[in-house]
Write a protein that binds this ligand. Structure first.
Ligand SMILES: C[S@@+](CC[C@H](N)C(=O)[O-])C[C@H]1O[C@@H](n2cnc3c(N)ncnc32)[C@H](O)[C@@H]1O
Length: 214
């Protein structure tokens, strides 16, 4: 569990009272760590996975977009929440998403997932479907560009979930000038100033922002 923002005892309590991942997700997390090493820290945490399945079930989307798939943890969680819709994944890495593709098969969701490889600013620009739900979890400097492309495609009432929006809490410390923190701060301000949306920032894991198009 990524519990940067919680007292350790509270984090344990939250973990004990949140539906745990199944063996397939545990296996995916283990394989990701052994194959990708430090990069495994990019994977969403199990509680975020439960959140993504639940939010997908609640929104009941026909078209979901994920920007940033990595080895597939979040996409398996989203795909499992679908009932009849389709998940469109965007990533640049053939190597990392080849692991995702294997887990989509093992999870029995491969028939409802499409993967497009390439820089997502370009591949998303070529995506011409109306989007009901999006999960944004790729390179942080391009969040504003992805956001605008998603907003152009999102239906009124549709939802964007953006990950890592608190950067371990660093965004709230003006003295913290690390590049990604600055980029995320700019993204958070951009969303907050956008009159088209209603915004809820959740202090879950590394910060998840729910952005609803009005
Ligand atoms: C934080 S990881 C995604 C983690 C994933 N959601 C999960 O739960 O395991 C970020 C992903 O964004 C991808 N990425 C980075 N820059 C990108 C770009 N310009 N276009 C598309 N994908 C990109 C990386 O290849 C990486 O797989």
């Amino acid at each position: 569990m990524k519990a940067y923002l919680l007292d350790p005892a509270v984090a344990q309590y939250v973990l004990a009272h949140t539906t745990a991942p199944d063996p397939l997700l545990d296996e995916l997390a283990k394989e990701t760590l052994s194959v990708t090493g430090d990069a495994a820290g990019m994977q969403i945490s199990p509680d975020q996975g439960t959140f993504l399945t639940m939010i997908t079930q609640l929104v009941a989307p026909q078209v979901v977009v994920e920007v940033g798939t990595f080895t597939g943890y979040s996409s398996v969680c989203i795909a499992r929440g679908l009932s009849g819709g389709r998940l469109h994944c965007f990533d640049v890495s053939d190597e990392w998403t080849s692991i995702a593709r294997r887990y989509w098969r093992e999870a029995g969701v491969e028939d409802r997932v499409t993967l497009t490889l390439g820089p997502a600013l370009e591949t998303l620009a070529a995506f011409d479907q109306t989007v009901d739900l999006a999960f944004l979890d790729a390179d942080k400097g391009n969040y504003p560009g992805y956001y605008e492309l998603l907003m152009e495609r999102l239906r009124p009432g549709g939802l964007i979930v953006a990950d890592n929006t608190l950067r371990r809490g660093h965004v709230a410390d003006p003295a913290h000038e690390e590049q990604t923190t600055v980029e995320i701060r700019q993204f958070n301000d951009l969303v907050m100033e956008d009159p088209r949306v209603t915004v809820l920032m959740l202090p879950v894991a590394d910060g998840m922002t729910l952005i609803r198009k009005n």
